[in-house]
Design a protein around this ligand. Structure first.
Ligand code: ACO
Length: 363
């Protein structure tokens, strides 16, 4: 039995292919590199949903339908109370998402994509004592998220950077959260149930919860010259370096480069502090050299979360909301996988091998 189900093929999918040896990601027939150049997030939603929903509209109409879903979901703001605001935004988003009805139709699916996009900015603002900003259904999804977060229209470069991020994380094979979504879908429970399970799996630091700790690491290191000593000491204490290593990739995660490109775009637009970027690049270089030396038998490279951290920080998201922002992009993938599983798959029900004590045999 493979510990952690490593290398076990548990589903067939038309949605995405993660080539861990060559560092390539295909999303429904297109390479990640192609997708992040000139594609809207809404077009990726259309691509991933194609064949899984009846009467799926084309991109422009789908963008309008997603805008309408943001407006529908915003109506749940009256349910936000003090107990919910006491939760970190990712957990608050999960609690709000649980209010949505289960279903298997396109309207449910679009409401679920809209949910983290609307609830996370809403909760971030309300936790700061600010009024939530209602969605503008006419805007692109990425631009509207940033407007709901800040109350003013984002710069073109900022909306483009978030659009790139949402596409980059939209789907990624049978990762832990997507597997969770498929397990729930295999019971025919409904899309909201699948997305709730997936969001819960995403939250852990070994999966989608790493970018906040990446920033904590950068803050703690403070200056490029201190990187090497800090990283060596962390590894001496048995810590893992957040933003490095992957279950499937044995080379650099291609998403790291897509996001590094988006971060550079923000630097050119003056949205990111050059000193912060220089620190991150120095820490990345030092970490890669140290990991190579200390773990010669296990290739460990930069993963998606390292540059996610810089990008989301520059766009103004607080670090305790980063996992909810990840969910803004990934929900479409979870839903597509859940539909694929529910339409063509069987109940997922593996076996366990009992290794505990057995009752005494009757004499
Ligand atoms: N820092 C230091 N050592 C590491 C790291 C790391 N980031 N990642 C793996 N290793 C080491 C382990 O200590 C282990 O060493 P050993 O064999 O000497 O004991 C070896 O590499 C193999 O580790 P596993 O735990 O078997 O690797 P696995 O495939 O289960 O882990 C994971 C993948 C969880 C992503 C891991 O690399 C990690 O913990 N990274 C840091 C957290 C992180 O960045 N998470 C985001 C992942 S991307 C995503 O899910 C969206």
């Amino acid at each position: 039995m493979e510990n952690g189900l490593e290398d076990v093929v548990a589903a067939e999918t038309v949605l995405s292919d993660v080539d861990g040896a060559r560092g390539r990601l295909i999303i429904r027939g297109m390479s990640l590199d192609e997708l992040v150049h000139g594609t809207s997030y809404e077009a990726v939603v259309e691509r991933l949903f194609s064949g899984f929903f009846e009467n799926l509209p084309f991109t422009d109409d789908l963008a309008a339908a997603l805008g309408a879903a943001r407006v529908r979901v915003f109506a749940h703001r009256s349910a936000v109370d003090a107990a919910l605001l006491a939760l970190p935004p990712t957990e608050g988003t999960r609690a709000m998402l649980a209010r949505l009805a289960d279903g298997d139709d396109l309207e449910t699916a679009l409401d679920l994509i809209a949910a983290p996009a609307v609830f996370a900015p809403m909760l971030i603002r309300m936790r700061q004592g600010l009024e939530p900003i209602a969605p503008d259904a006419t805007l692109g999804h990425a631009a509207d998220i940033l407007r709901m977060l800040r109350g003013v229209a984002p710069a073109t470069a900022e909306a483009a950077a978030l659009n790139t991020y949402l596409i980059t994380v939209s789907d990624h094979g049978l990762n832990a959260s997507t597997f969770a979504a498929r397990v729930i879908a295999s019971t025919q429970a409904g899309l909201t149930s699948s997305v709730l399970a997936a969001l819960s799996a995403l939250k852990g630091p070994l999966h989608g919860g790493a970018p906040g700790p990446v920033l904590d690491m950068l803050d703690s290191i403070g200056a490029p010259a201190k990187a090497e000593a800090w990283l060596e000491s962390a590894l001496d204490h048995g810590d893992r370096l957040m933003g490095f290593g992957h279950r499937v990739y044995r080379v650099r995660d291609p998403r790291a480069d897509a996001l590094k490109g988006a971060v550079r775009g923000l630097a050119e637009a003056g949205t990111i502090d050059p000193a912060r970027l220089a620190l991150a690049e120095a820490v990345e270089a030092a970490a890669l050299a140290i990991l190579k030396r200390r773990k010669p038998n296990r290739p460990l490279d930069t993963n998606v979360e390292f540059y996610t951290a810089l990008l989301l920080e520059a766009l103004g998201f607080p670090r305790d909301a980063f996992t909810a922002v990840f969910a803004m992009g990934r929900t479409v993938g979870w839903i597509a996988h859940a539909r694929e599983q529910a339409l063509g798959g069987r109940l997922i029900r593996p076996q366990s091998r009992y290794i505990g004590p057995r009752p005494k045999e009757a004499a």
